[in-house]
Ligand binder design. Sequence first.
Ligand code: PLP
Length: 357
Amino acid sequence: MTNKPWQDKLIDIEPYVAGEQPQSADIIKLNANENPYPPSPSAAAAIREFDGNTLKKYPPIKPTELRNAVAEHYALDSSCVFSGNGSDDVLAAAFRAFFNSDMPILFPDITYSFYPVWCSLMKIPYKVLPVDENFEINIEDYAQPNGGVVIPNPNAPTAIGFGEEKIRRLLDLNRDCIVIIDEAYADFSGYSCVGLIKEYDNLVVTQTFSKSRSLAGMRVAAAMADPYLISYLDAVKDSYNSYPLDSIAVKAGTAAVRDEEYFRIVTDKIIATRQRVSEEMKELGFILTDSRTNFIFARHVSLSAKEIFEYLKSKGVYVRHFDLPRIDNYLRITIGTDEDMDTMLALLRSMPGILQG
Ligand SMILES: *Cc1c(COP(=O)(O)O)cnc(C)c1O
């Protein structure tokens, strides 16, 4: 077979593969780390009350309303806040803006699988640094020449987080490059390093409204950094899409950030469910990492992750299994409602070979 002349000019890329998105209502979906609870009632009201006639106009170039609300939540000046269509969009802009070195950027071997995808799309060299046998990140590994660093804290899919001391060490080791901390799950961990952007002008913190704010379908996220870095994020964004957040997303996102009380209630509830389900799973013979997120990362003492995954799926419960080196015997299980988690636990108990706690 001969290739057509243009075929060797096509992009050579392995795309990111998201978790299955079955649309049927009678399944229990614990495979994409979505929030099981609805967004703040005021976000839903903002959408209901949105005047559709105003859509004839472009949205604001900078969604000041939303950025102000995020800035207030973190006690920052709004010049320290960038926003975009989900953190995938924000992170892609940050990779483009900050990772322009011939040196490789650094990230852990087990981490968010979008990072290598963006690197290949944007031709950014990268080097992965193995996490240890307990999936812990060794910060001292990041003391090497590099073109930048990106680490999720807590990490995914391992669910493990680290505190301020390690973040400071990482930043002190990397004063000459940009360090991105992806805080997609930080709201479930009790620790955010956002406060450190005042001390470290090379720190960029990204957060998403998809998980703790229950707005995955709306595509809203933010980055916090020194205003000088924010200006570069805006410049990149304005170079390919200067109106990323639509008018409805701006209203709903702003209302969601302003509803501090609802946010606390929902995140506390998910954390409580996570603790309870973790204990029950241990009794059934599961070995879990210390989750600081809205999901559990676990393997079973005798049953394979694959067979548990298939069994749950056959009963209408979708969890995530990664056929990847080092983690192919683990399951990533999103924390759902108490009722959904009880259904899953009952199914696990009914599995031949499970330990009976
Ligand atoms: C979910 C997730 C994101 C992206 O979420 P968006 O829905 O695009 O905002 C980014 N990083 C990590 C580690 C995630 O788990």
